[in-house]
Design a protein around this ligand. Structure first.
Ligand code: SF4
Length: 427
C-alpha cells in the first residue's frame, strides 16, 4: 500500500526561505524532523515529498496518486494548504496539524473547513488542542521524551546543507511575541541525540543545528550532553540557541569543547516595554557581557532581532546599533514583527472579536513584508531595519570581517548572491 507523507509548499508557493545566510547556512524552512520521524514509526510512509525542500509548487502536485495521503499542514496556512487534498488522488486523506498557533477560534475554523481525518498533535500541551480530541499514533498523547528516534535516512542528506536535530522543546519563559511561550518543556533523551548526530557525522555532514529554544535551560543536562558529545570525537561542529541569562563560563567552556561553533541569542528588541515584558531577569549589560564571554570562549554569536514590537522607537533602535558596534556579533538575524495569533502581543493587536480569517490573513501578509500597526508603520520598520543593517555592515567593514559576503559570492556566484543579499540579515 502506498502511503505518501507530504509537506505542502510554502504559503506563497515559493521555494524554501533562505533563513540564515551568514553565509554558511542555507537552512530550509524548519520542519519538524523529529515529529516526521516519529510519525514514520506510526504511519509508515512509503514516500515522502517535502515541497519546501524540493521547491515543488501546488501545480506540480496535480495528478499524483497514492493509497493514503498524510499531509503535514500548518495552522498558519490552513486554507491554502488544504489544496493538496484536491490535487492528490488518494483513497484516504489524513491531515496532521502542529499546534503552531494555539488559538481556539482558529482551531475551530480548521475543524469546520477540513472534511478529512484531522490529527492535532499536542506536543506543546495546549489546552485547546487537548479539548479537541487529539490522536497521536496509538496513544492519545506522547510526550516529547517518549518519541522514537527520528528516521533521518528517509530524507536525503545533503552535505552542503545544515541538518537540524531537535533536542528539546517548549519553553518556560513568557516572551510576548512568541508561540513557544509557556509551552511544556520536553527533553530528548541524550542517547537518541548522540545516535542522530552519529548518523549525520557518518554521512559526512560537517555541521548540525541542535534545535532547542534554550540549550542551557537545565545546566546539569546541558553539561552531561556536552560531555557525551565530546566523548564521540565527531568531526562535526554544531550550533544551538539559548538565552543570555542561562549561560556562564562553565557551560560555554563545555559547549566549546564539545564542538559548539555558534550560539543564537534572542535580543529581540531593546525598547523599555520589550525589556520589561520579555527580559525580566536580564538587562542590556548582561546581554553585552554574555555575548563577549561567548566570543572569549571561542564561540561565535548570532543575535536575533525583531523590529516593530510594541514600544519600538528610534531610541530602542539606537541602543541595538550601539550594542552591535560594541559586541561585534558574528551574525545578526533581523525580522520584522509578525503577530502570531494566540501570542500575548496578538491579544494587544487584534480585537477580541477579530475573525480567524482576518488574523491569519494579517499574519500571512506580515510574513511577506513589514505591515502597519497603529503604533508603527511599515515604512518606519523598513527604515529601522536599514539602520540596523547599516551599523552591522559598518562594524563588519571596520573589523575587516567580509567573510560572510565573500562566502556567499563564492558559493552562489556573483549574480545569485546579489539576489540573496537581501536575505543576508533578514528572514
Ligand atoms: S522567545 Fe525564546 S525564550 Fe522567549 S518564549 Fe520564545 S522560546 Fe522562550
Amino acid at each position: 500500500m502506498d502511503v505518501l507523507l507530504l509537506f505542502p509548499p510554502k504559503y506563497d508557493d515559493s521555494n524554501y526561505v533562505l533563513r540564515e545566510v551568514g553565509c554558511d547556512q542555507l537552512d530550509p524552512y524548519l520542519r519538524n524532523s523529529t515529529l516526521l520521524a516519529s510519525l514514520i514509526g506510526v504511519i509508515k510512509p512509503t514516500k515522502v515529498i517535502d515541497c519546501q525542500i524540493e521547491g515543488k509548487t501546488y501545480e506540480e502536485l496535480k495528478g499524483i496518486k497514492t493509497d493514503i495521503l498524510v499531509s503535514m499542514n500548518n495552522l498558519s496556512d490552513y486554507k491554502k494548504s488544504s489544496k493538496v487534498f484536491e490535487l492528490i488522488e488518494a483513497k484516504k486523506k489524513i491531515c496532521i496539524f502542529l499546534p503552531f498557533i494555539p488559538d481556539k477560534k482558529i482551531m475551530e475554523e480548521v475543524k469546520k473547513s477540513y472534511a478529512k481525518d484531522i490529527i492535532f498533535v499536542n506536543d506543546r500541551d495546549v489546552p485547546e488542542v487537548k479539548a479537541s480530541n487529539i490522536i497521536y499514533g496509538k496513544k492519545e498523547e506522547l510526550t516529547f521524551s517518549e518519541l522514537p528516534a527520528p528516521v533521518h535516512s528517509i530524507l536525503s542528506v545533503k552535505k552542503s546543507k545544515i541538518p537540524s536535530i531537535e533536542i528539546g522543546r517548549g519553553c518556560p519563559f513568557n516572551c510576548s511575541f512568541c508561540t513557544m511561550a509557556r509551552a511544556k518543556v520536553g527533553f530528548k533523551p541524550i542517547d537518541i541525540i548522540i545516535e542522530e548526530m552519529k548518523f549525520f557525522s557518518d554521512n559526512g555532514v560537517k555541521h548540525v543545528d541542535l534545535v532547542d529554544n534554550n540549550f542551557t535551560l537545565n545546566k546539569k543536562r546541558a553539561l552531561e550532553l556536552c560531555e557525551k558529545i565530546k566523548k564521540q570525537n565527531f568531526k562535526m561542529t554544531w550550533e544551538t540557541s539559548t538565552r543570555f541569562e542561562l549561560v556562564d563560563g562553565e557551560l560555554l567552556k563545555a559547549m566549546k569543547e564539545a564542538g559548539c561553533e555558534q550560539i543564537k541569542y534572542g535580543v529581540e528588541s531593546l525598547s523599555d516595554k520589550s525589556m520589561e515584558k520579555n527580559w525580566k531577569n536580564c538587562n542590556l549589560n548582561e546581554m553585552i557581557e554574555k555575548t563577549k564571554l561567548t566570543h572569549d570562549m571561542g564561540i561565535k554569536s548570532v543575535l536575533y532581532l525583531i523590529i516593530g514590537l510594541p514600544g519600538e522607537d528610534g531610541e530602542s533602535i539606537k541602543k541595538i546599533c550601539r550594542m552591535i558596534e560594541e559586541v561585534k556579533p558574528y551574525r545578526i538575524m533581523v525580522a520584522s514583527f509578525k503577530p502570531f495569533p494566540g501570542t500575548l502581543y496578538s491579544k494587544e493587536i487584534f480585537n477580541e472579536n477579530e475573525s480567524p480569517e482576518n488574523m491569519i490573513n494579517f499574519y500571512q501578509k506580515s510574513l511577506l513584508e513589514p505591515v502597519d500597526f497603529n503604533y508603527i508603520n511599515s515604512e518606519q520598520i523598513k527604515n529601522y531595519r536599514d539602520a540596523i543593517m547599516k551599523s552591522f555592515i559598518k562594524m563588519k567593514l571596520k573589523t575587516r570581517d567580509l567573510k560572510f559576503i565573500l562566502f556567499a559570492v563564492k558559493k552562489e556566484g556573483f549574480k545569485e548572491s546579489l539576489k540573496h543579499i537581501k536575505y543576508l540579515f533578514s528572514f
